[in-house]
Ligand binder design. Structure first.
Ligand SMILES: C[S@@+](CC[C@H](N)C(=O)[O-])C[C@H]1O[C@@H](n2cnc3c(N)ncnc32)[C@H](O)[C@@H]1O
Length: 216
């Protein structure tokens, strides 16, 4: 955990109330557009029979959808405990409880305790974590087939929105911060582990990139 983002700051921003709202939104309207774009970068035959690791998965809506699409088993990693009840409820409603293992940890620090998976996802997670290279490297090293990541696209309006967000958090003295990590540095951190870019969609705010293991 970094100095700027205390556990209390994470629990405030990603509260139980936030988790219930996210779960309700997913039940009513399905995946939001960024999660949908993330899932769409995975080809159907890459999904069928694959194992999935999602880091920072929140209520786990993407895990539910990818299990329905043919993933065999999923591991969902979260650093914030507040999502647990809402995530359990979504899995129960979908009849998928036995196929997801949810673990509470900082993946950048303790990812060595988690097995590798065919598909690894980091959806809107990297901008919540200060040590980007460590987090992205850990996720990439766990990827045997495809890694999909979404993060703010680095355009001026995106950086301005993040700066205003941080200013508002500072004004109300919340110990939470969002990070405008450079997209090219994020991709380079994943490529260092032997992955190559297979698709890159800049988007209006959220850039979504898929990388596959070289020689796959
Ligand atoms: C903005 S939320 C996104 C949640 C979900 N992926 C979505 O798109 O709705 C970012 C999540 O990443 C989690 N997170 C950030 N850094 C993490 C880390 N190093 N290990 C595990 N989870 C992390 C936070 O706890 C938070 O729930």
């Amino acid at each position: 955990m970094t100095d700027c983002c205390s556990p209390a700051g994470y629990r405030w921003i990603f509260s139980e109330r936030h988790a219930r709202r996210e779960a309700r939104r997913y039940r009513r309207r399905g995946l939001d557009s960024t999660a949908r774009r993330t899932a769409q970068l995975l080809e159907p035959n890459a999904i069928r029979g694959a194992t999935l690791l999602e880091v920072g998965g929140g209520v786990g809506a993407l895990q539910v959808e990818l299990l329905k699409a043919g993933v065999t088993r999923a591991v969902g990693i979260e650093m914030t405990p507040t999502y647990q009840a809402a995530a359990d409820e979504l899995l129960r409603a979908a009849g998928l409880e036995g196929r997801v293992e949810r673990r509470l940890m900082d993946f950048a620090r303790s990812g060595n305790l988690v097995p590798a998976a065919d598909l690894v996802i980091l959806n809107r997670v990297i901008c919540c974590y200060a040590d980007m290279p460590k987090l992205v490297n850990a996720a990439a090293e766990h990827t045997t087939h495809v890694l999909v990541m979404s993060f703010p696209n680095g355009r001026w309006w995106t950086r301005l929105a993040l700066a205003l967000n941080n200013f508002a958090l500072w004004l109300i003295r919340r110990r939470f911060h969002v990070f405008a990590h450079r997209p090219d540095a994020i991709v380079a951190a994943a490529e260092e582990t032997g992955l190559e870019v297979a698709a890159n969609h800049p988007g209006v705010f959220w850039q979504v990139v898929a990388l596959r293991r070289l020689g796959d």
